[in-house]
Write a protein that binds this ligand. Structure first.
Ligand SMILES: Nc1ncnc2c1ncn2[C@@H]1O[C@H](COP(=O)(O)OP(=O)(O)O)[C@@H](O)[C@H]1O
Ligand SMILES: [Mg+2]
Length: 354
């Protein structure tokens, strides 16, 4: 909170008011009742291009190291995915940034403020969808949003949120009668009621069927269009692949790789695979391609898989095939994905890790 002493323009009384940095509010003079609009100083909440700066963060629960000396930045306006298996330390990290848990060591700057000393200055600028979120069973969607918006000084337009989150046809439905996917969409909507600059979404699609998951993804992608910075934790690699501008992979409390999807795949993937469907003479084709130095194998039914270590080599393979007059029905190229990146980094499958 910051204090401001102001002189009443009518009666001249000097009055002290407290407010959060950057807050604007109408105040009344206690002596004569005159109203005036005050702007409290300190509203310049973000000073660098990074919305979140985490430095040497560590969290130990008794003898368990949940988060072990991690550092990373989240840039303004990006969707940042914190990807890792269950128990990796995602919720611990995100809840430290949200000031719900205390770190054992390290520091966090959120919107330019050190959360240890200045969290109050930024708490009105963040929105949170906690893991395993639940709301009031007997409130309608609109009542839920109105209820949560009253907890904040800064309030967004509820109708705009309802439209953006694609909830218009459900506003009068009770929360308890909504499907899992709709409940999560209401959760994302709740995280927006104070028109935050940063939104934290902890596993927003866990337990949803693929269709509901995609619908929540569209809603999250919409947050980026609205200029929000999104901190998304997930153990679904497809979710990170679909949504994230930047991905940090966390494993056993450590960040083991970080970058854009392209960067991670280029650095830790094993390249792409070209699938040649229904080759006229598969055995001869394999021999020809092997002679040219390619890593080739038969995948049955006359189909062949050719490993492409760098995407620049796709044209080379096609050109070699044309020169050798290889005949086939179809070709598709599948690139390496995050699952493979995780496997290469840890020796384990993301889905199987506990
Ligand atoms: N309050 C707690 N007390 C003790 N251990 C905890 C607590 N919260 C989490 N853990 C442990 O810390 C590790 C990281 O947990 P968490 O941050 O919830 O991971 P994630 O969100 O990636 O699944 C896990 O081994 C978990 O059991
Ligand atoms: Mg978690």
């Amino acid at each position: 909170m910051v204090d401001m002493n102001v002189r009443c323009p009518r009666c001249g009384e000097i009055v002290s008011f407290s407010g959060i940095p950057g807050e604007r509010r109408v105040v009344s003079c206690p002596s004569c009742g005159t109203d005036a609009r005050l702007s409290f100083p300190g509203g310049e909440i973000q000073t660098s291009e990074n919305t979140i700066e985490v430095s040497h963060l560590r969290k130990v629960y008794d003898d368990l190291i949940a988060v072990d000396d991690i550092s990373f930045n989240v840039k303004k306006g990006e969707i940042f995915a914190f990807l890792g298996p269950n128990g990796a330390g995602k919720t611990t990290t995100v809840e430290i940034i949200e000031s719900i848990r205390k770190p054992t060591a390290g520091s966090v700057k959120l919107l330019g403020k050190d959360i240890k000393t200045q969290f109050n200055a930024v708490k009105e600028y963040i929105g949170i969808l906690p893991q395993e979120f639940h709301s009031f069973e007997r409130l309608t969607v609109r009542e839920t949003l109105v209820y949560f918006s009253k907890l904040y000084k800064k309030q967004a337009n509820i109708d705009e949120i309802i439209t953006a989150m694609d909830l218009t046809e459900y506003t009068k439905k009770l929360y308890r009668n909504l499907s899992g996917g709709l409940k999560q969409r209401v959760g994302v909507a709740i995280s927006l009621v104070n028109d935050p600059d940063v939104v934290f979404l902890d596993e927003p699609t866990t337990g949803l069927d693929p269709k509901a998951r995609r619908e929540v993804w569209m809603v999250i992608a919409n947050l980026r269009k609205r200029g929000k910075t999104v901190f998304l934790t997930t153990h679904y690699m497809e979710e990170a692949e679909f949504l994230a501008d930047h991905i940090a992979i966390i494993h056993k409390g450590n960040i083991i790789a970080e970058g854009s999807l392209e960067e991670l795949i280029d650095q830790y993937g094993t390249g792409s695979t070209m699938h040649i469907k229904k080759c006229k003479d598969p055995m001869e084709t394999i021999d020809i391609l092997k002679e040219k130095g390619y890593d080739v194998l038969s995948t049955g039914n006359g189909d062949i898989a050719v490993k492409i270590p760098h995407k620049e080599r796709v044209l080379e393979v096609l050109s070699d095939m044309r020169h050798a007059c290889i005949e086939y029905e179809n070709i598709d190229i599948r690139r390496s994905n995050l699952e493979e990146v995780f496997l290469n980094l840890t020796g384990a499958k993301l889905a199987e890790e506990k």
